[in-house]
Design a protein around this ligand. Sequence first.
Ligand code: HEC
Ligand code: HEC
Length: 239
Amino acid sequence: MSRVSTSRTEERRGRNGARLRLPAAAVALALTAAGLPAVPAGDAPRAARELHAALEATPDTAHGARLFAICLECHGPHGEGNASGWPPQIAGQHRGVIVKELVDYRAGLRWYDPMERIAGRHVLGSTQDVADVAAYAASLNPSPDTTPGPRRGLETGAGLYVRRCQWCHGVRGEGNDARLVPRVAGQQYEYLLRQLRDTIEGRRPNMRAQHLRVIEGCTMEELMELASYMSRLDRPERS
Ligand code: HEC
Ligand code: HEC
């Protein structure tokens, strides 16, 4: 991100801050982020080249399974993520989406230090590694052990979802591999909610402006209802 777009981000944060009525922890996080040194510019051309190469590569899923050993320390033994919403569920996410997110962390287009380090050649040394681990994680079944959001306001959440989100994320929240649209069904509630807030506050720079527009006008209440609805879509039964 250049300095120019960083300051635009801060303007956006200021404009939406009041409307969102963020909890104290989120405000503290926003302030910490504002006080950090300038973020290095993301390398979009490199990311586009690597995304293409990783999607074209023939994945070695057995190698991906070995690489996944490090991921499960945070993402859970079955790739189910955590109720706190920090590590999201990645089991059963589309291969293309996992590849894109890893490449974005690697190229400074999505920010989260540990993931930037892991994807940025400390664990995943090559484009082939990215392709392998993504194929393995995508082959896992989504877990029944994610933590959904509250039931309150689910109908409002469903209505908003159908009007604004369904045409991309799908009727069942299934996403779309070829179009790199994430599966949101059965995702950890807290993760979904944080991604929505992060997008509005400019902390998820790889979200396109079009995406910001569909969620920008939402109140905090509506974001919670949307996240809760998505977290409850198509959750697998515990066997
Ligand atoms: C130190 C803990 C940790 C480890 C180890 C880790 N992750 Fe993550 N990962 C996270 C957290 C936390 C997030 C959410 C960060 C954010 O909000 O951007 C995340 C996000 C992701 C995402 C984005 C998911 C989405 O829906 O957009 C992918 C993909 C991912 N990790 C894959 C991996 C893979 C593959 C590995 C192993 C090579 C791995 N992670 C190892 C903590 C970890
Ligand atoms: C024009 C298509 C489109 C529409 C409409 C859309 N999304 Fe998305 N959404 C995407 C794409 C593509 C991504 C992945 C962005 C990226 O990281 O490259 C995404 C990512 C997300 C994520 C992050 C998922 C993750 O795993 O990190 C959430 C949460 C989300 N969208 C929620 C919503 C909600 C809620 C709505 C409706 C209010 C919505 N989206 C409308 C295309 C769309």
